[in-house]
Design a protein around this ligand. Structure first.
Ligand code: SF4
Length: 275
């Protein structure tokens, strides 16, 4: 059966944030111009992925080389960006980018035994009922697969000004895992579909703060796959997604952290947000 719609694996989880925005971007093709902080995030991912990929291939590159890849991507972004969309200057972005890339390469990368970096997956067809089928495809962008004994798990790197938060109880910093379960769960499902190997280790989120603190901290998600697939008694998000694709009803969420003209191409015309 040919799919009604093909969706990139990395985009799928955004359906569970504001589905109405997801529809605008991934079904209707509306585009949003991003700010420098988003470009910085992409650049850091490119630098750290170059480092990990080289390590995996046995041809190590230095943290300086990885920072060079980051700087190159920062200077030549793939997407349109508007430097006035946020207050981050070019110089600040460079300093934060170099600091985070070096910190990651020198202090964090060796903690994980990676077996894949931004792996390309085998397309996964999801029957939504009523003659509608979607195909999840593409690579596990910004994620790695790590091995721990006989188990494998997902390490997902998240950048952003709120990627690291303070634990109210301990006062220590930790990765902000809120809202990342759907993405990591989707990646787990696609990894299993592609390799036939079950993901049994906890998902590790590495938060990299693009604020001036340039902190990196880890956080764990134990039930990522279950969030997507559900349990015997409860449906998972995949079932809710199937309902949306079958019905064509993509619900708005004006409480989304991305409900902002910086991120949502529907923002100016959206009748569901408060004015
Ligand atoms: S403006 Fe807010 S509610 Fe409307 S589509 Fe965008 S994110 Fe969703």
């Amino acid at each position: 059966m040919s799919p009604s719609l093909t969706i990139r694996a990395s985009a799928f989880a955004s359906l569970f944030d504001c589905a109405y925005m997801f529809e605008a971007i991934h079904i209707l093709g509306m585009k949003n111009v991003v700010g420098r902080r988003a470009i910085l995030g992409t650049a850091i991912h490119a630098g750290t992925a170059a480092f990990d990929s080289a390590r995996l291939a046995g041809s190590t590159i230095s943290a300086d080389d990885a920072a060079g890849v980051m700087m190159d991507k920062l200077a030549n972004p793939d997407s349109d960006f508007d430097p006035n969309k946020d207050s981050l200057s070019k110089r600040e972005a460079e300093i934060i980018g170099i600091t985070l890339t070096a910190k990651y390469c020198n202090e964090w990368a060796h903690k994980f035994n990676y077996v894949a970096v931004e792996m390309t997956t085998k397309p996964l067809l999801v029957d939504c009922g009523g003659g509608t089928t979607i195909c999840l495809t593409g690579s596990l962008d910004r994620a790695r697969i790590y091995k721990d004994g006989d188990s494998v798990g997902i390490t997902d790197i998240k950048t952003g000004s709120r990627a690291v938060i303070e634990d109210k109880k301990t006062g220590l910093h930790k990765a902000n895992i809120a809202g990342h379960g759907a993405q990591v769960g989707t990646y787990s499902l696609l990894y299993e579909h592609t390799t036939g190997q079950e993901v049994t280790a906890d998902a590790e989120i590495l938060g990299m703060s693009t604020s001036s603190s340039a902190r990196i901290a880890a956080g764990t998600i134990k039930n990522a796959k279950q969030i997507i697939t559900g349990t015997e008694d409860q449906p998972g998000l995949l079932e809710f997604a199937a309902d949306m694709f079958r019905s064509g009803k993509f619900y708005p969420n004006s409480k989304s952290l991305l409900c902002n003209e910086k991120y949502c191409p529907r923002f100016n015309k959206c009748t569901f947000r408060e004015r």
